[in-house]
Ligand binder design. Structure first.
Ligand code: NAP
Ligand code: ZN
Ligand code: ZN
Length: 357
């Protein structure tokens, strides 16, 4: 039994010590459970491609990598201790943690419920610091997390807790822009890239009532795309199929992790169409203005979602029976999972079982 409010919490995780280092067991402490904190015994943590980009220092200099790094921001677990002022959670509840664990709480973004855009910079779940800008944050490839209850999410106990974990990043990152840009009945929505984010995008857009198409480089994923809720599938390596899809979509959600030509995808938008970029390739991409101006098109971006919208997404997914399709692995298989994810060989999210870490 943890004595809340009296001592730091010993945690065990898996860390990488450099861009080319292998993951290895890592012991560290979490802060003591404060009055507004909950202690979460982590059960599952998804592997997001952002983990790979950061563990391998692929986003520098825009997003520097700090080592040792314990990645992981798709976290679900059971609450095992609560501070004296906690009201949202009780011991035994299932809770989730997404991509950030604190923010300034005062700026217009924070008071407006879009804490991910905190003007002072929110505290990321890992590869970051607490708001004191000193204490490093370590992520969910670990067995325990201490977090202010306001930044934790309520997860309804379901049989598929492992499948809920990826909703905390892949789910909200696709839900938020799909909702904002009008995915729904009568809308032709294309999801570019059928990976962790993409497969959630297909399920969520279909549940919103949109007509969904998958734009993929992997023809072997066509049957899956249709099972996930897509009506159409375009192999974008097939020039004829891609040409036939020109000017046909209202909205494209670009989840692609590797460098690609935005112009080629923008050509698939109809008049007034919108392409929202959520994938973060490692290199800048040239863009010809003609790709946008001819059809009065919009090229937009979107970063995860705020706490209240993340809760809304979890409730939407629970109501629509949506979880992620996962392959559960033990922590000693992180490297293999990274390599397979980079090769687009994941159906459709690796999730690490942290219960025996
Ligand atoms: P993932 O599971 O690896 O999926 C990426 C997909 O991109 C692949 O499955 C593949 O789909 C497609 N792809 C890969 N290489 C490609 C290429 N050269 N050309 C075209 N398509 C290619 O990754 P993820 O976890 O979904 O993350 C996707 C991206 O979103 C990453 O860059 C990640 O960092 C970023 N991200 C952003 C946010 C945000 O808030 N904006 C949040 C989370 C993640 P096909 O096999 O179907 O072609
Ligand atoms: Zn992520
Ligand atoms: Zn703020």
């Amino acid at each position: 039994m943890i004595a809340a409010e009296t001592k730091a919490v010993a945690a065990k995780g898996y860390a990488t010590h450099g861009p080319e280092a292998k993951f290895a067991p890592f012991e560290f402490t979490r802060r003591e459970v404060g009055p507004r904190d909950v202690l979460i015994d982590i059960q599952y943590c998804g592997i997001c491609h952002s983990d790979i980009h950061q563990a391998r220092a692929e986003w520098e200099p825009m997003m520097p990598s700090m080592y040792p790094m314990v990645p992981g921001h798709e976290i679900v677990g059971r609450v095992s201790a609560v501070g004296s002022d906690v009201t949202k959670f009780g011991i035994g509840d299932i809770a989730g943690i997404g991509c950030f664990v604190d923010s300034c709480r005062e700026c217009p973004s924070c008071t407006g419920g879009i804490e991910q855009y905190c003007v002072k910079g929110s505290a990321q779940t890992y590869n970051s610091t607490e708001m004191d800008r000193k204490t490093p944050t370590y992520g969910g490839y670990s067995n325990k997390y201490v977090i202010d209850e306001e930044y934790a999410l309520k997860v309804n106990a379901t049989d598929d807790i492992a499948g809920v974990a990826p909703l905390l990043c892949a789910g909200i990152t696709t839900y938020s822009p799909l909702k904002r840009w009008g995915s729904g009945p009568g809308k032709k929505v294309a999801i570019a890239g059928l990976g962790g984010l993409g497969h959630m995008g297909v399920k969520i857009a279909a549940a919103m009532g949109a007509e969904v198409t998958v734009l993929s480089t992997s023809p072997s994923k066509e049957a899956d795309a249709r099972k996930l809720g897509a009506i159409n599938f375009v192999n974008i390596k097939d020039a004829d199929a891609t040409k036939a899809a020109a000017r046909s979509f209202d909205l494209i959600l670009d989840t692609i992790s590797a460098n690609h030509d935005y112009g080629a995808y923008l050509s698939l938008l109809g008049l007034n169409g919108v392409m929202v970029v959520v994938g973060v390739p490692t290199e800048p991409t040239p863009l010809n203005a003609f790709s946008l101006i001819g059809g009065n098109k919009v090229l937009a971006g979107s970063l995860i979602g705020g706490i209240s919208e993340t809760q809304e997404m979890l409730d939407f997914c629970a109501a629509n029976d949506i979880t992620s399709d996962v392959e559960v692995i033990s922590p000693d298989r992180i490297e293999e999972a990274y390599d397979r994810t980079v090769k687009s060989d994941v159906r459709y999210r690796f999730v690490i079982d942290m219960q025996n870490a």
